[in-house]
Design a protein around this ligand. Structure first.
Ligand SMILES: [Zn+2]
Length: 449
């Protein structure tokens, strides 16, 4: 379908940023065809379906650069053991929960947050998945859930050695199978919604043989890895103790760093680590709410930026709302550093420039701007600026206004996937009921471990 979006204030997110009024956006198939004077485009494109923005703000869709959909089933879960540090949080909560997932659970705990992501204006999610007792086809289940609501995704299966060699092998195969499937689909359609990475849990849970296997996959499939790095000191300490090198030195040694790799967290790093990231142009993602929740420390994103490292933002499964994550991160660093002047443009760049750059590096797809030739991923927000809105002050309007404004309409690949605040084609109450039934069984298995 071809659409002409009219009656909007457009934040283009071009460099330099522009705010356009009296202009319309023409979408042909999955792509932005033109941005120009409304009267002219209406005349030229009379056969396009008009979508009246009713004076709202139109901006590029948002991206969540590190997420775990399966974290949904921790909501309301009764814990079986006390957890006093990060390693125990992994052992007693996350590694027990992911072992309790079956195929149906993988599907529902992706579908519910996929719907929520769209409601918060997120149009792409980069997910990191684990379900050691339901590995084969698990990424297809997540893809099916996301495709049902039209959400774009970059998926991977989190390989580790924690459940033995057979499980590790199955994880590697799932990544390989899924990436090959996405490559074939992308070959037929450059706007294809899905792509894959080679997922690894963290340095301290993968031996050198696993890293070598992952590196071979990355080389043959032309992809990078998606891995947690230095989230807690345990990653540094156990990597040194077991394998003789720190996490980033190990990844570098195995040729796993680069512009197609995502290292999530990077909290406990030194300048040698940062040099490796900068030298290899590796992507880093920051997850402030999760870091506070696990009390693992504060990533020095300002230092990383000074060193020339591209830092994006994810939610780590804490929330589907990347807007809320952004403001929390913005406040966290001011609070922690006792400095009200720290961080402004950095946050704009992290969310609205670096996250789209990460997607482009991983998939080659142009997202994150309202510009002809870009994919038509965009959101209409119930925000009517009460003060002048310009290309220069757009970030102030985002951080203190747009962040709280309801998202009304979402387009992904040119398709309207939410309109009048309703995600199309799904019955949310029915899906939530099916999810609850599924979660009850998952919780039962969790309690038995
Ligand atoms: Zn994570």
């Amino acid at each position: 379908m071809n659409t002409l979006i009219t009656n909007v204030q457009i934040i283009t997110q071009e460099t330099p940023n522009r705010v356009l009024t009296g202009q319309a956006v023409a979408i042909e198939g999955a792509w932005i065809k033109a941005v120009g004077p409304e009267a002219e485009l209406r005349q030229q494109l009379a056969d396009f379906t008009v979508l009246d923005g009713r004076g709202r703000v139109l901006m590029p869709g948002l991206i969540n650069a590190h997420n775990h959909f399966y974290g949904l089933y921790a909501r309301g879960l009764a814990l079986t053991r006390p957890m006093s540090n990060f390693h125990e949080i992994l052992q007693y909560l996350w590694w027990a929960l992911d072992k309790s997932l079956d195929e149906a659970a993988v599907y529902y705990n992706a579908l519910v947050p996929a719907i929520a992501s769209i409601k918060h204006g997120v149009t792409t999610v980069i997910d990191h998945h684990a379900s050691p007792n339901a590995i084969d086809g698990s990424l297809d289940q997540i893809e099916a859930a996301m495709a049902q609501v039209g959400l774009r995704g970059i998926l991977c299966y989190e390989v580790s050695d924690r459940d033995g060699k057979a499980v590790r092998q199955a994880g590697l195969q799932e990544n390989e199978r899924y990436i090959q499937k996405c490559r074939a689909a992308r070959g037929a359609d450059p706007a294809h919604l899905f792509d894959g990475l080679v997922g690894l849990h963290a340095s301290f849970t993968v031996d050198d043989e696993t890293l070598a296997s992952a590196a071979a996959l990355c080389q043959s499939l032309e992809r990078g890895v998606h891995i947690h790095v230095q989230e807690d000191w345990v990653d540094n300490d156990l990597s040194e103790e077991r394998y003789g090198h720190g996490p980033l030195a190990r990844l570098y040694k195995h040729n796993l760093l680069g512009p197609r790799t995502i290292c999530a967290h990077v909290i406990h790093s030194d300048d040698v680590d940062l040099r490796l990231l900068e030298h290899t142009q590796t992507n880093v993602t920051h997850q402030p709410q999760s870091n506070m929740n696990n009390a693992v420390g504060r990533a020095d994103i300002f230092h990383m930026r000074e060193k020339g490292i591209l830092v994006g933002l994810g939610t780590d499964g804490m929330t589907p709302d990347i807007k809320a994550e952004t403001r929390t991160g913005y406040l966290l660093h001011k609070y922690a550093l006792h400095n009200s002047n720290v961080g402004w443009q950095e946050w704009h760049d992290i969310l609205l420039h670096n996250n789209p750059t990460i997607v482009r590096r991983l998939t080659g797809q142009p997202v994150g701007q309202i510009t002809p030739g870009f994919l038509a991923d965009m959101i209409l927000v119930d925000y009517y600026p009460p003060t002048p809105l310009t290309g220069e002050n757009g970030w102030g309007h985002f951080l203190y206004g747009l962040v709280d404004a309801p998202v009304d309409t979402v387009l992904i690949n040119g398709r309207v996937v939410m309109q009048n605040k309703v995600v199309l084609g799904v019955d949310e109450a029915e899906i939530a009921a099916a999810s609850r039934a599924c979660a009850a069984k998952v919780w039962e298995r969790f309690q038995q471990q």
